[in-house]
Design a protein around this ligand. Sequence first.
Ligand code: NAP
Length: 268
Amino acid sequence: MENVKICVLSNEMQASQKARETLEKKLESEGCIITQEPSSDTDLIISIGGDGSTLDAIHRFNFPTAPIVGINTGHLGFFQEIHPEELDQFIFNFKTGHYQTQELITVQAVVTGSDGREHVHTGLNEVIIRGSHTYTSHFNISIGDSFIERFSGDGILIASPAGSTAYNYSLGGSIVDPRLRLLQVTPIAPMNTTAYRSFTSSILLPSDLSLGIVPDYRKDDTTFIITDGMETTYKNVSNIRIGFSDKVIKLIRFEGYDFWNKVKSKFL
Ligand code: NAP
């Protein structure tokens, strides 16, 4: 592994710091170059912590193209692949090429402000569109060029397959195998009464269709765009278009990785 460039990132937890120290020593003794930030010639990014740490790293470094492997010192560890006690096995597998790369597609929202300017937000798990936390959100929703419904409720979550096991799942959305190329549109507390009619279940969209949202402001003109837990506030947005992003996250997975076994071990 002479001159292999590895960026090691970790959260502040004591277990993560300890794993980082041990790992860096082991990688240096193999001849690797350790960095604190990824660059265009980084061979591997190692994220120590939980899924939250991996999401933070992905956003901090603007969806890096280098493959990422997670060491789980966190709670759940859906993206994470290695336990801190498996460092020697991990180094051996990486060195000998015994791994596969899992490509995760991402979701993007293009927000058009009242001045006509466009702002792009990308999420690995999901993009959430919601209005003020106090009032009902009303959105006119289209799919492709067709107007579909006037949604009323708390908001709309659009999950990638990777994010289907996160907030989407808590909202009653379906778990999607990450090999499928689709987006899941899941309503958050939809109102379905004689006054307001909204879909109450998730909608699945193929990769060539996008979702359009035009807010219908009543008491407040705030719109929140939340990508992977990171919130941006807008006023008087004119429309939002959500579809696939061309950014792809590559996760390293080792022999024995199986998405459905991971789901079983984390959820059942
Ligand atoms: P966070 O505390 O970083 O994460 C909340 C929980 O979601 C953690 O247990 C985290 O795992 C887990 N998680 C993250 N991505 C996942 C994935 N793809 N599949 C399964 N579990 C996953 O929360 P945050 O900073 O607010 O937002 C990060 C993510 O948390 C968001 O993208 C959102 O999907 C999710 N979230 C869920 C809810 C909910 O379920 N009601 C509410 C808000 C946010 P670790 O313990 O390994 O970090």
